[in-house]
Design a protein around this ligand. Structure first.
Ligand code: COA
Length: 254
């Protein structure tokens, strides 16, 4: 079974994260598949809107921790970075349906989506500090901008999760529905968008994003530089090893 399922029907490309046994955590081949699919969607006249979805119980547990440990994510040309650059500059409408935990990149990618529909079981978290890392996907810029600095500090320094109601309040998501309805709502909204003139959609999105785009790019590149370095440092190694060994990390010596 493929870890990323791709279906294109009537102008809507749906990307389903499908690695449920590992809580939809992302491996480098999965990022590569997502980046390629988004690039194809960007270039192809057959795709007008993209929907990203997971399972009703889990959106994504973020980056695969084994990949972090092996160093697969550390090089500047790793597929994760291609995926992040592609999603951040994706020109057509992008919708996410999120149920269950959305950890790390599972949350930060949502800042690059245009519409986000969440199940009432959605739980968002960006525990980069708890893993000895720093934010990615321009979240160090976009989270304070959206939530205000102090709420961003709770999310990014403490790494505290927040639930769908809080995400709705800060504007990260558009609507909360029962988990069984989230994917269907995303599809219904995608079909509405797919019926609209694509050039107007692209130009409107470009104009809305214009003010932020240079800063998003600059933050993302700086974050990726730091993130790649921190992946190799002792704090991150301890956090990843502790996760694999199913114990609490001990940062007292790092
Ligand atoms: N990378 C690799 N494997 C992961 C994973 C990840 N990010 N998240 C979960 N898994 C694996 C677990 O190791 C476990 O594998 P096993 O069955 O072989 O032991 C399986 O998925 C189920 O995970 P488990 O933790 O038992 O599920 P849960 O329902 O109790 O908790 C989460 C779900 C998402 C809250 C929890 O798995 C978690 O916190 N994951 C890590 C999140 C993280 O720190 N991601 C990195 C962000 S940068």
């Amino acid at each position: 079974m493929q870890d990323i399922l791709i279906d294109t029907t009537e102008g809507v490309m749906t990307l389903t994260v499908n690695r449920i046994d590992k809580k939809n955590s992302f491996t480098q081949p999965m990022y590569a598949a997502l980046a390629d699919a988004l690039q194809h969607a960007s270039d192809s006249a057959d795709v007008r809107v993209v929907v990203v979805q997971g399972h009703t119980t889990i959106f994504s547990a973020g980056n695969d921790i084994g990949d972090f440990l092996s160093g697969a994510s550390a090089s500047a040309d790793a597929p994760v970075f291609k995926f992040l650059r592609t999603i951040a500059s994706f020109p057509k409408p992008l919708i996410a349906a999120v149920c269950g935990p959305a950890v790390g990149v599972g949350t930060t990618m949502l800042f690059h989506c245009d519409l986000v529909y969440a199940g009432d079981n959605a739980a968002f978290s960006m525990p980069f500090v708890n893993l000895g890392l720093c934010p990615e996907a321009a979240s160090s810029f976009l989270v304070p901008q959206m939530m205000g600095y102090h709420r961003a500090a709770e999310a990014l320094l403490l790494g505290e999760p927040f639930m769908a109601e809080a995400a709705l309040e800060v504007g990260l998501i558009n609507r909360i529905v029962p988990p069984s309805e989230a994917n269907g709502l995303a599809q219904a909204q995608a079909r509405k968008l797919a019926a609209k003139p694509i050039s107007s959609l692209i130009e409107t999105k470009r104009l809305m994003k214009k003010t932020n785009s240079a800063q998003v790019q600059a933050h993302m590149e700086e974050e990726l530089h730091s993130f790649g370095r921190m992946l190799r440092e002792p704090a991150a190694k301890e956090a990843f090893t502790a996760f694999m060994e199913k114990r609490r990390p001990d940062f007292s010596k790092v």
